[in-house]
Design a protein around this ligand. Sequence first.
Ligand code: PLP
Length: 426
Amino acid sequence: MTGFDLLTRAADLDAADPLGPHRALFLGTNDDAVLSYLDGNSLGRPLTATMDGLASFVRDQWGGRLIRGWDEGWLGQAERIGDQLGRVALGAAAGQCVVADSTSVLLYKLARAAVAARPGRTEIVIDRDNFPTDRFIVEGIARERGLTLRWIDVAYDGGATPADVAAAVGPDTALVLLSHVAYRSGFIADVPAITGIAHDAGALVLWDLSHSVGSVPADLDAWDVDFAAGCSYKYLNGGPGAPAWAYVAERHLPTLDQPILGWLGSADPFAMGAAYQPADGIRRLVSGTPPIVGMLPMQDMITLIEEVGMPAVRAKSEDLTAFAVDAVDAVLAPYGVVLASPRAAQDRGGHITVDHPAFAGMVPELWQDGVIPDYRNPNGIRLGLSPLSTSFREVALAVGAIAARLEQAAHGAGADRLHPAARGAG
Ligand SMILES: *Cc1c(COP(=O)(O)O)cnc(C)c1O
């Protein structure tokens, strides 16, 4: 039907992919029931090493060391992983990152700390397309602190630009909260430029890296970022509900005033003291007991990313999304499918979104076909391409299956009229 032979192109790209062999390190990549898993940006696959690591932790560490484990390393684990993540994926020198809580809770703590550091300023700037939790958290803080939200409107296939932010900030701005990579469009924000604009207005920045960490390199120290937070269960493959991570620039640590004062963020937890004294360093962001078991899987992925290197991860990611965009243009655009992500690879992260009115009901059908993307309102199918575990073949099979379902929706066609790529996938 087109000059674009999806599966052949994909086979050539997979054969030439230097990271291709890493796919076998992940559980389930040979599972015939799932032909194409394109949701690694929402829940990354587990590494096989993680399954073994969890079992051995339970047996040898928890079961063997019992409460002695806290003194033998568990207490410092959140900061150790934070330092490793900072070095491998965030461009953050040691002592500024920690694993804790969930992204939502860390966003709350950091946004409250930022607002506290800018007394007298009354506004928080955020974009309307930001992830719901980010918007809801600052809505709550605005209510709590009597502040005003200043909203930035963004294009359906874009995100907040330096010009948008320049127009929104001023002498009343306390904080700008934006996502590095937009969860829907995949747009990459110009973090250093926007951070500079916010700083020139006297405001602080909080960047959400949930959709970039582990797929798009970050350079938080060099970008002069104040605060950042992000997810560990997406491209860091930390597993469902894995604890999140936060970054606080060293210059803010001595005065960081976060709102959830718990014993493990205090200077001397085991003194069981009468009044709260914050710990020195990043531990003052911590509230309670670190989630040791929950931190195990992400360590395996961060270590794998360290071996491969973020530049190679990013190069594969750009190739995957470029192939996906070419496939959408060639095979899905004739059905009226619209790309809702940036066209230039350097402007987008590890996923793309495609829009079509028929997509609202289609995702459950695709899941039946063994093709697993996800759906994002109002009518987008999101194709999340996790650089170390997604093959080009998976992209081809997904695009073929979407074409087949669109064909069926348009003409009520039977399986004999399905797109060849989807038939082959059957
Ligand atoms: C996934 C995601 C979150 C998730 O927050 P949780 O507290 O883990 O539920 C937050 N912000 C963004 C931008 C995300 O992509």
